[in-house]
Design a protein around this ligand. Structure first.
Ligand SMILES: CC(=O)N[C@H]1[C@@H](OP(=O)(O)OP(=O)(O)OC[C@H]2O[C@@H](n3ccc(=O)[nH]c3=O)[C@H](O)[C@@H]2O)O[C@H](CO)[C@@H](O)[C@@H]1O[C@H](C)C(=O)N[C@@H](C)C(=O)N[C@H](CCC(=O)O)C(=O)O
Ligand SMILES: Nc1ncnc2c1ncn2[C@@H]1O[C@H](COP(=O)(O)OP(=O)(O)OP(=O)(O)O)[C@@H](O)[C@H]1O
Ligand SMILES: N[C@H](CCC[C@H](N)C(=O)O)C(=O)O
Length: 490
């Protein structure tokens, strides 16, 4: 492509400059690359213009003239200019790829996994981009970020088409929506799971967070929009979009409801429009995820029978209520709950399991990440202290913060505990302690890190996998691990 094809504002004398790639990081620039000088939160990309030119940049996108010696495209907002240019260079791939966007605080990964499995059952090769994994043209890749930058996204969509995908499902984070990463995508459907407190380190308040999420729906005119209206923000979103397909477990006015819900460790069963459905996923919240996936798949043309059969055999999502089974007479579940709402939901699911069994306690190991929304900490502490029988507060990813100081903030919410509270800063020791305390019929819930493979501290990231640590702890307590219980990947 030529510069003039990519940017309407390209200087006329430079319009024929050949362009081979786009970059937002000077370290990824080579000959023929257009470098976007993004004003970031910590750095100003204009400071890397010289380095980009030295590396062979064909042109720069800037918000003020730099006199760099290469053509400069002057725009008001460099960050916002990335997505449309990236879509053009990649050949506007989502015009030919049925792209489903899933947003919400919790449930994106699970719902996206389910949608992919249902679309594949319906005969569409489907790619996925999300927190846990990426699958592009049937080949799995490590996921770096939940929603990549527009330049990476659009290139990946093109690779999906080249790899034979005809559909794709992507998790759309609020960061991505606020920062325009998901602009210039032609959506085939959009899904809203819920909105509860998270990321208030990034968003000014819940209104700002909601406004970011709502951008996905404003960008999806005339396509199916599936919205969970048991959530108050979902209800608001549905009011803004009267064409939304409202779904719910509780709200009687929802267009499609899941009723007659039963859920235990083997999975969940529920009825939708007279059809009895099942999924191997546990917990009421997973019925919500399954309902949304089923409705989206139907809207995109998957036969109800086929969708129901795929839902019934859907693979588990790694690190989401993932059982660790060493043959012990109590359950150990690893989950990614790292928000107040998700912790409350998984604790309710765990409570449901012991209630069904008629006896047993819920032991919860949990923590809160550093460099993230501090307001979550006492809230999560209070929820664990209220809803577990034994609540062991430990470290999540402390990142640049002092782990002990994070725990102080968590413990501040645990003053009026119903549960027995313990504070064990070392996560390994905390998991071992919970397993040592567990008695037959109990449920040990290890929350917060799910599928993650490392634990990040100020000066290092150490290998850490809650499932592996739980399995070791079980083995140490005399229970032999059974690798066949590992979660299957999509
Ligand atoms: C808040 C946020 O999303 N920040 C992202 C953003 O940073 P930024 O724009 O502020 O960039 P910056 O570091 O100030 O640098 C400015 C520009 O200079 C460039 N640069 C910088 C240094 C250099 O040597 N050379 C260079 O060219 C950078 O590439 C950038 O274009 O753009 C950077 C480049 O892509 C990202 O690395 C960075 O992600 C940070 C590390 C991050 O942690 N993001 C998380 C919060 C995030 O996005 N999470 C959501 C999921 C959240 C959820 O739902 O749970 C996600 O979608 O993954
Ligand atoms: N529909 C839901 N409502 C509330 N909580 C949920 C829901 N689905 C999953 N959860 C809980 O939230 C956790 C995260 O779920 P999931 O990974 O599917 O969400 P996510 O939106 O992708 O999260 P993240 O953006 O942080 O990766 C799960 O481990 C579970 O505890
Ligand atoms: N995408 C989320 C993941 C949080 C995972 C949790 N383990 C933590 O470190 O807080 C975030 O970056 O806020």
């Amino acid at each position: 492509m030529r510069l003039g094809d990519l940017f309407d504002q390209a200087p006329r004398e430079a319009a024929d400059t050949p362009v081979s790639a786009l970059a937002y990081d000077d370290r990824r620039v080579s000959a023929g690359t257009v470098f976007f000088c993004v004003r970031g939160f910590t750095r100003d990309g204009h400071d890397f213009a010289d380095a980009a030119v030295a590396a062979g940049a064909a042109a720069l996108v800037v918000d003020h003239p730099l006199g760099s010696g290469v053509p400069e495209i002057l725009v008001d907002d460099v960050r916002a200019a990335m997505a449309p240019a990236a879509a053009r260079l990649a050949g506007d791939p989502t015009a030919r790829l049925a792209t489903v966007g899933v947003t919400g605080t919790n449930g994106k990964t699970t719902t996206a996994f389910l949608i992919r499995q249902l679309l594949e059952a319906g005969g569409r090769r489907t790619g996925i981009l999300g927190t846990v994994t990426q699958v592009v043209g049937g080949v799995e890749r490590d996921a770096g970020r939940t929603t990549p930058e527009a330049i990476d996204l659009q290139r990946t969509f093109a690779e999906m088409l080249d790899g034979g995908d005809t559909a794709c499902v992507i998790e759309v984070s609020s960061h991505a929506l606020a920062l325009g990463r998901a602009d210039a995508i032609h959506w085939a459907a959009a899904v809203f799971t819920n909105l509860t407190q998270d990321h208030l380190d990034f968003h000014a308040d819940m209104e700002d967070y909601f406004a970011a999420k709502a951008r996905l729906f404003a960008a999806a005119p005339g396509v199916p929009k599936v919205v969970d209206v048991d959530d108050p923000y979902g209800r608001r979103l549905a009011r803004q979009h009267p064409d939304a397909i409202t779904v719910a477990l509780d709200a009687p006015d929802a267009r499609i409801r899941a009723t007659e819900i039963a859920s235990d460790l083997r999975g969940s069963r529920f009825t939708v429009e007279g059809r009895r459905l099942s999924t191997p996923l546990t917990g009421r919240f997973n019925v919500r995820n399954a309902l949304q996936a089923y409705v989206v798949a139907r809207e995109l043309g998957v036969d109800a029978e086929v969708a129901a059969a795929a839902l019934a055999r859907a693979g588990r999502v790694p690190g989401r209520l993932e059982p660790v089974d060493g043959g012990q007479p109590f359950a150990v579940l690893v989950d990614y709950a790292h928000t107040p709402d998700s912790l409350e939901n998984v604790l309710a699911a765990a409570r449901g399991v012991v209630r069904e069994a008629g006896h047993g306690r819920v032991l919860c190991v949990f923590g809160c990440g550093g460099d993230r929304d501090r307001g979550k900490r006492p809230l999560m502490g209070a929820i664990a202290a209220r809803d577990a029988d034994v609540a062991i507060a430990t470290s999540d990813n402390p990142r640049s913060e002092d782990p002990a100081a994070i725990l102080d903030e968590v413990l501040a919410g645990m003053a009026d505990a119903r549960a027995t509270v313990e504070r064990i800063e070392d996560r390994h020791a905390a998991i071992e302690r919970a397993i040592a305390l567990a008695a037959p019929g109990d449920v040990v819930l290890v929350a917060g890190k799910g599928h993650e493979h490392g634990q990040t501290f100020a000066d290092r990231t150490i290998p850490f996998d809650d499932v592996a640590v739980a399995r070791e702890a079980l083995a140490g307590a005399g229970w032999t691990s059974d690798p066949t219980t590992e979660a299957s990947r999509a």
